[in-house]
Write a protein that binds this ligand. Structure first.
Ligand SMILES: Nc1ncnc2c1ncn2[C@@H]1O[C@H](COP(=O)(O)OP(=O)(O)O)[C@@H](O)[C@H]1O
Ligand SMILES: [Mg+2]
Length: 221
């Protein structure tokens, strides 16, 4: 009882902090954008600094969203969306892609889903992949469909996951990164399961990791 009350309090506190930080963060983001727009005549160093501020702001924003999505998953806003477009949306938000090759399938699949939430799933997986490859490597995305389902595989050429840690990666707060929240994959799992789908990981330690997501093309709610 005591522990669950404490957890509830920590949950509420983190929601409040995450929520409150969003406002000053968006002030920072807007200010940086304005400075960037006005900085034609500025030195290259300033532009570099502004770009790195933008990236830092995006990273903080991403972590706050992870916390918020974890503590208060909202209802689904279901519409038909293209997998291509959702992945493109997610890729735009992933940083430092210069040395990362992304291979996508040749054909599109449409599914009934909550676009924002599915983009969060793809973003989290892509971000983890990019981090595991230290911004350098290949991400292979494949999918195949049946009449009712689509199976998506996202494989990276990163450092892989040791066998004994594999069963823990979807646990809330599990992270091997110094700056990680350990909420990315639990959020992915919650969102995919909200869509009546499933997610799992396969890995070859030192070589690659593949996230396999199965989703229904239609929802019979
Ligand atoms: N593509 C990947 N390659 C190697 N390890 C991964 C990959 N994706 C996730 N992991 C492992 O799973 C852990 C949990 O991931 P996640 O829930 O996104 O939290 P975070 O990214 O904040 O650490 C990571 O810290 C990492 O150890
Ligand atoms: Mg992550």
């Amino acid at each position: 009882m005591q522990t669950s009350k404490e957890l509830e309090a920590v949950g509420e506190l983190s929601t409040r902090i995450a929520h409150d930080l969003k406002t000053p963060l968006s002030v920072l983001r807007n200010s940086v954008e304005i400075l960037k727009a006005e900085s034609d005549s500025e030195t290259k160093t300033n532009i570099k600094l502004l770009d790195s501020m933008s990236r830092a702001i995006n990273r903080i924003d991403h972590q706050l969203n992870e916390v918020l999505e974890f503590v208060m998953p909202k209802n689904l806003d279901l519409k038909t969306h293209s997998l291509f477009e959702m992945l493109e949306g997610a890729l735009v938000d992933i940083l430092n892609l210069e040395h990362v090759t992304v291979c996508l399938p040749y054909y599109d699949v449409k599914i009934l889903c909550d676009r924002k939430k599915m983009e969060i799933v793809f973003e989290n997986i892509l971000l983890n992949a990019v981090q595991a490859m230290q911004n350098n490597g290949k991400i292979q995305i494949e999918w195949d469909e049946t009449d009712t389902e689509v199976h998506i595989n996202m494989k990276d050429s990163g450092h892989g996951i040791p066998e004994k840690l594999l069963q823990r990666i979807f646990d809330p707060l599990f992270t091997t990164r110094q700056v990680g929240t350990g909420l990315g994959l639990p959020v992915c799992k919650t969102i995919v399961e909200q869509h009546n789908g499933s997610i799992r990981a396969e890995t070859e330690f030192g070589k690659s990791t593949t996230f396999c997501i199965s989703l229904k093309k239609q929802q019979d709610l």
